[in-house]
Design a protein around this ligand. Structure first.
Ligand code: SF4
Length: 356
């Protein structure tokens, strides 16, 4: 919903200024997505607003719930019938939920291991379609009586955020606005495959929002095979940009590394990675997130296999013994195709499904 238009509408209707505040509180804080349910508004205004505005930018949704009820994936239908996916996951702290949002329908980056990339680029999402995903989950949690709050938002769903810079920035402004969602900047993370001009602009605009880099290989040949973006911005260029970012921000950067069996997960790869991280400098500010590959079953045939737990642990220990922080990310939502790298804008064939 365009809140500027709503503000003008309320003014033209002779409504006092506090009406807008009441509506914003109901929508952003309470997750109410129908004017009919905003009980503090007079009935006539509720009816008028309902007739003239639509709070949610989605036509339809389907939600899949993982067996352990720790992950929820939604397929959202946009007004032009394109589809995107977004995931709600239980966080490390009880009653704290993390949300993964998409920034594009499809993606042009074509990373070899990624289900989204396999489908190609469809279109950019508007700012409203991005922050609308947060609102969608707020309203879902309210309706389904899921206890807790959304404590983290990660821009790691479908699409490359820095290929849709303007709308991503606009959406972050709504997320951090105290009169809107009011989420702390440090509770938001944006992940890029390494679009260097985007990193520079992001650092200027949101110095407190977390940056994550999808690395996945530390030699140019392998990284270019896995991530074609490496042919435009290679590892040396990326290291230079990160050095600049770290020297200015002094903020931790998260380095994402998907572990693919027999491809990038042996000790030679780990040694290359350590040398690369050292070339960036600031080792205490680099945090390695190791993600055991989640094969996108039933959607595309993947040539990759996940590394074994044993191999993942060996890789992690090697990094740690060389002084780097490294965690193996807990993977939630595999049974609903909602884990990292599995989002593809397609319906799941199993798992509990709710349609609205
Ligand atoms: S991993 Fe990210 S950047 Fe690469 S294709 Fe998938 S969505 Fe795009």
């Amino acid at each position: 919903m365009d809140f500027k238009k709503l503000e003008k509408f309320l003014k033209d209707e002779g409504q006092p200024a506090f009406r807008l505040k009441q509506i914003k509180k109901a929508v952003f804080q309470d997750g109410i997505i129908s004017f009919d349910e905003i009980s503090v508004l007079p009935k006539i205004l509720r009816d008028l607003s309902e007739k003239n505005f639509k709070i949610m930018p989605f036509k339809k949704s389907e939600v899949f719930v993982s067996g352990d009820k720790k992950a929820y994936k939604a397929i959202l239908y946009l007004v032009d019938d394109k589809i995107i996916e977004t995931v709600l996951m239980e966080g490390a702290i009880e009653n704290n939920w993390s949300l993964c949002v998409s920034t594009q329908a499809g993606c042009a980056m074509r990373c070899a291991f990624c289900a989204t990339g396999a489908g190609g680029f469809i279109r950019n999402l508007s700012a409203e379609e991005i922050w609308g995903q947060v609102l969608f989950w707020k309203s879902y949690m309210r309706k389904e009586k899921i206890i807790g709050k959304i404590s983290n938002v990660v821009y790691m769903g479908m699409g490359e955020p820095f290929n849709n810079l303007e709308n991503v920035f606009e959406s972050i402004k709504i997320l951090i606005d105290k009169d809107a969602f009011g989420i702390g900047q440090r509770s938001i993370s944006v992940s890029t495959c390494g679009i260097l001009p985007g990193i520079e602009k992001f650092a200027k605009e949101f110095p407190q929002v977390n940056l994550a880099i999808s690395l996945h290989a530390a030699n140019d040949k392998l990284r270019s095979d896995l991530m074609p973006i490496n042919k435009s911005y290679n590892l040396k260029d990326l290291a230079g940009e990160l050095k600049k970012y770290l020297s200015k921000s002094k903020r931790k950067v998260f380095i994402e590394y998907i572990l693919l069996d027999g491809v990038n997960d042996d000790l030679k790869n780990a040694r290359e990675l350590i040398n690369y991280l050292r070339s960036i400098g600031y080792p205490h500010l680099l945090h390695m997130n190791l993600i055991v590959f989640n094969p996108p079953q039933r959607i595309i045939e993947s040539p990759f296999k996940p590394s074994s737990r044993n191999q993942a642990r060996k890789f992690q220990e090697f990094l740690k013994s060389n002084g780097f922080n490294a965690t193996i990310r807990k993977s939630l939502g595999q049974d609903i195709q909602g884990a990292c790298g599995q989002l593809a804008g397609k319906s799941c064939l199993s798992a509990d499904r709710q349609i609205s």
